[in-house]
Structure formats: C-alpha cells, structure tokens
Write a protein that binds this ligand. Sequence first.
Ligand code: MEV
Length: 447
Amino acid sequence: MAKRLSIGRTVFEGEIRVELITGYSKLSKNEKIKWLVDQCPDLNENFHQDLLGTEFSSREKQERFDQFSENTIGNFHIPFGVAPNFLIDGQSFAVPMVIEESSVVAAAAKSAKFWSLRGGFKTAIPSVTKRGHIYFEWDKEFSLFESFFEKQKERILNSTLDLNRNMEKRGGGILGIKLETLKSAKEPIYRIELSVNTCDAMGANYINSLLERINETIEEILPAEINSFYQPIMAILSNSTPECLVESKVSCKLSELGSVDGLTSHDFSHKFVKAVEVAKLDPSRAVTHNKGIMNGVDAVVLATGNDFRAIEASCHSYAARDGQYQSLSNAKVEGDYFEFSVRLPLALGTVGGLTKLHPLAEASLKMLGHPDARTLMSITASVGLAQNFGAIRSLITTGIQRGHMKMHLNILNQLGANKSQEELAIRYFEDKVVSFSAVQAFLQQLN
Ligand code: MEV
C-alpha cells in the first residue's frame, strides 16, 4: 500500500521510491503554487495570498525579478536597513545593509559613530587582480605543450581581443597568463592561469568567456600530431581572490578611547587585543569571530546586488591561507596607540550583474554616491571591521545577550505580547540577560 509522505516521495512498504514531477518549470506561476499547495498539506490556505503580498505592484518589475532565478513563486523579504555615520577615508556614508539578524545594523551604526569621532576608517587596496583557470590533462611529455604554449602565447591572447575591447577601454583587461602543474595529483593535472583586472565589474562572465575562448583557440591551433594529447577538464574563474584585497583600519590614542562600557581605555584595549588573539589561536573561536565580520560584509554585499556566496567562500579560504583557519582581523596596542584592522579579499562590482536590475541594489549604490568597485570594497571592509569591533566590545564587557532591544522584540513578537506588555518587558530587561524562557516567564507573571 503506497503512502504519500511529502512532495515527490512515496513509500512502498518501507522502501522509498522517488516520484519526479516533470515540466514543473513550464507551469505558470499560479500552477506552480497550486501544485505545491496540493503536495504540502502543511502550507496554510493563505500561502498563495501571502506570496502575492510579496510581489511588486509594478508588473514589469516583478517579471524582471522572476527572471533572476527559476521556478520563482514570489519574493522573499529580508529587512533593508541603514547604518549612518560611517567616516571612511574622510568621506561620510550612510551604508545600506540587508540582513535579518537583530542587532547587526545597530552594532554597525554604534561602532561607526564611535570611530567617526576618532578619525574614522582608513583603507588601502594593495591590488585588484582576479584569476581564472583552464584545467587540463596532457597525455605526453609536458615539454611539448610548454613549448607550444610559449610560441603561441601571443596568438592565444590575441584571440580574445573582441572580448577585451570594452574592458581595456575602461583600463582593465588581461594582466598575465601562465602555465602551472598541480602538485600531488596521481595523473598530473595542469592549469593555465589567467590574471585580469575587471575594473568596476565583478567580472565573472567576462573571465569565464575569456577562458572558454582561450581553450577553444588552443584546441584549434594545436598542431594535428599533438592535438589529441590536450584533454581539457574545465574552464572557470576562481572565487579565491587573495590578490583582490582591501584593508580597513581604525586607530587612536588610548586616551581617546575613553572608558568603554565600564572598562578603562587601558583595560579595554588590552582585553580587546587578547580577544583577537584568541581568534588567531583557536579556529573554533575564529569561525564565530569571522562570522561576525561577515554579518557586516554580507549585509552590504547583498544590499548592493553582489554575490555573497562568492565573497563568503573567498574570505573563509583567505582566513585559512596559512594552513590554519584564523581571525581575519588584527588588533594591537603599541605604546599608547590602539589599532584594529581587517584585510579581506572582496571581489565586488558596481556595474553589471544585479546592480542596475534590482531597484533596491541600484538605490543602495545611489545612497553610497555611485561608488566605483574600489570604494565599495573600502566601505564593505569597514562595515565588517565595525561589526567585529561591536561584537568584541560587547563580548569583553557586557556580554552579547544584554541590552539587545531588538532581540527582546523578536522574542516578544513570537510570544504574541501586546504593546503595553512589550514596553514593560523592554524596560524590565534593559539591564538583564535576555532569553526566551526569561521573557516567557516575565510575560506569564504579568497575566
Ligand atoms: C553573531 O551573529 C555574531 C557574533 O557571535 C560574533 C562574535 O562572536 O564575534 C556576536
């Protein structure tokens, strides 16, 4: 006897057989939703209505949105906030942040204000090089391919001229190409590494197009007698961008720090440096520490229509570049100076991709004064640093659970508190540790 479990799964006497739906992508949006509702008894009857409520009133905007992805049935909201008072390289910014976690925007704004009064964030961009690779096997002595490659390098690069024209006009383009052998593969695997400057674009499509063209050219011009030895595996940009780097720094005299949340400037700064050292030494702490940095980074990356998965992957691989995963930020006290900095590989774009297509991403870039990619890198790294400062500040002073008004509100909402209960609870928990059960107990004794 068959028993329906959930979408596409039917159990036949303990054995699971997979039931597939074909042609789902061809259904209209309404049909897709109807099919889902039929399959999922748990979806309440308001589901369709709720989805409609997420849509743009402009049909044109909604259709554009639907096309960003596939099988789209609605839009998924995440709060769009602003952290004002960021002073970065002498310029003031109100930074757009898209994030669902309470306290992140508040912490960024608090740190931004703190550091604006102490000189602000200073940034530097040592390099903006991105890379891509063609991976391949070669069935004969590799020297045969090496000499072909050396002789034909110019011709190979020239085959990309049409793809490069616009990028070169903007001051970017191919910076270099080299051959490399991957270590420790059983059968040797080789790669061609292409280095590029993609100017203000994130450049994924550009890099991938260049690589595929180069691969085609190689296949085309390899002499017939050695052509079959070339076995391409794949051509793809690298999201590891250790040469597309930005550094953001804050510093001040200890006396300028003043007392921070009950700690003297001396005690605060020394404890702060220790907290960062913990994240250098212990990967368990480093992951959480860096997650705090990424709270800020991702929020700006999302708000500006950039690819947060690429940024996450790149930053975490950079954190492990020395063989052990560690803190992306550094802190030191030297003499009577406190300095706190972060170095991040941020391959961001301010043109192309979603930057013009997503109305709020476009608005975010307007809010930031139409930054070029470098400026956006500086802003994003500074927000990451501000976030990290805010988190460490709380951790080494009050603790992370105290005084989070928004956390109160989220719990209060979940518990269905009314306005006056909310006000009483917020006042009561101002100087107490918040937890779900503590808030629940408080509300119960009010009734
Ligand atoms: C929470 O989203 C982020 C923190 O855990 C970061 C940290 O511990 O440094 C507060």
